[in-house]
Design a protein around this ligand. Structure first.
Ligand code: NAP
Length: 336
């Protein structure tokens, strides 16, 4: 990516800049010529950001901030034109002290943390023109109120809170914390004149829990929504800069069934052996629609093949997957 520091630069704050999406977003913004105030909980764990800063002059400043400390973000958002709220309390499981503590130990802090940041934006001498909130596909469901699959899923198909409490499906704690903090953020923003939009990001994690996460997404959505990290960052920046943007935007380049995804994976990494049942014959997976974002003018750069290809090659580069070689029959096999 070429640096474009010639354009008039604005300053954006990115919360959760030490994380996966946050650090890519910081990188994209710096490449776009912007100034960035990156917030991290522990500056000692942000060496990758600090080295990024060195290659972009003085355009990156790192701030220590914690969602759970009132006023913690005030310095970071001061003077910023916009704030990307990427940070979230990433709790997926019930805490050790049991389900009764989910409300007080996870949900209430998640909401309080988000409002803490927004109050900081209000105190920023009105420099902050828009907040882009990173939401999650986990806030959306493909099943209607009668439990039937919808043909098309969009931003309006929010998972009912009551349904999450009753079913407690895999990852329910995270689902609730994302739904409640986004709802509270929109409510606060409306009440206080803050211009806020949200990006509903699909699953982008790539660790060993990936298959479990995909299975949970599949049971809620019927198909898997995919977007490349670069497109996720581009959609955040696009929505920050589009004057007409408002409300929630689903960011999904392509959706496919789990078995289609495994087929793509098997082409790139033929040793893939995952116990994926073939989807029921005759069932039509729902379309996870990104039309609202595309109608605003956003264009995806990467499709499902590119996403899987790049994921596999970076896993090979990092040593997360054993390397392959061609055998005498020119078939790919594990390198001896
Ligand atoms: N990854 C996905 O599959 C996915 C899908 C849809 C949406 N999202 C959303 O995307 C955002 C980023 O996710 P990610 O995948 O990049 O996860 P990640 O790598 O775990 O990043 C989470 C970030 O939040 C920060 N954070 C956690 N608790 C905090 C607190 N109390 N105060 C301040 N910062 C705190 C973390 O800081 P530390 O480094 O200090 O822990 C980290 O920078 C989240 O809002 C998530 O809900 C993710």
């Amino acid at each position: 990516m070429e640096d474009d520091s010639s354009m008039m630069s604005v300053t954006y704050c990115v919360t959760g800049a030490s994380g996966f999406i946050g650090s890519w977003l910081v990188k994209s913004l710096l490449h776009g010529g912007h100034k960035v105030h990156a917030t991290v909980r522990d500056p000692a764990k942000s060496l990758h950001l600090q080295s990024l800063g060195k290659s972009h002059g003085d355009r990156l400043r790192i701030f220590q901030a914690d969602l759970l400390e009132e006023g913690s973000f005030d310095e970071a958002v001061e003077g910023c034109d916009g704030v990307f709220h990427v940070a979230a309390l990433m709790h997926f499981n019930v805490p050790e002290d049991g389900e009764d503590s989910v409300e007080s130990n996870i949900l209430e802090p998640a909401v309080r943390g988000t409002l803490n940041l927004l109050r900081g934006c209000l105190r920023s001498k009105k420099s902050v023109r828009r907040v882009v909130f990173t939401s999650s596909i986990s806030t959306v469901t493909a099943k209607d109120s009668e439990g039937k699959w919808r043909a098309l899923v969009d931003e309006n198909c929010q998972t009912p809170i009551q349904h999450v409490w009753e079913n407690k499906a895999s990852g329910w704690v995270y689902v609730l914390s994302k739904i409640l903090s986004e709802e509270a953020a929109f409510k606060f923003a409306r009440a206080n004149g803050i211009n806020m939009v949200s990006v509903i990001a699909p699953t982008v994690a790539g660790d060993i829990e990936y298959f479990k996460i995909l299975s949970a997404v599949k049971s809620r959505m019927g198909s898997i929504a995919l977007a490349h990290t670069e497109d996720i960052c581009r959609s955040h920046i696009f929505l920050m800069e589009q004057p007409n943007a408002h409300g929630r935007y689903l960011c999904c380049a392509q959706s496919c069934t789990l078995s289609e995804l495994v087929e793509i994976l098997a082409k790139v990494y033929p040793l893939t052996r995952l116990g994926v049942e073939k989807e029921e014959n005759g069932s039509v997976p729902c379309e996870i629609s990104s039309n609202k974002l595309k109608d605003l003018g956003f264009k995806y750069k990467f499709g499902a093949d590119d996403i899987v290809n790049e994921t596999v090659s970076s896993c090979l580069d990092c040593g997360f997957l054993p390397p392959l070689q061609r055998n005498d029959d020119w078939k790919l096999c594990l390198r001896e």
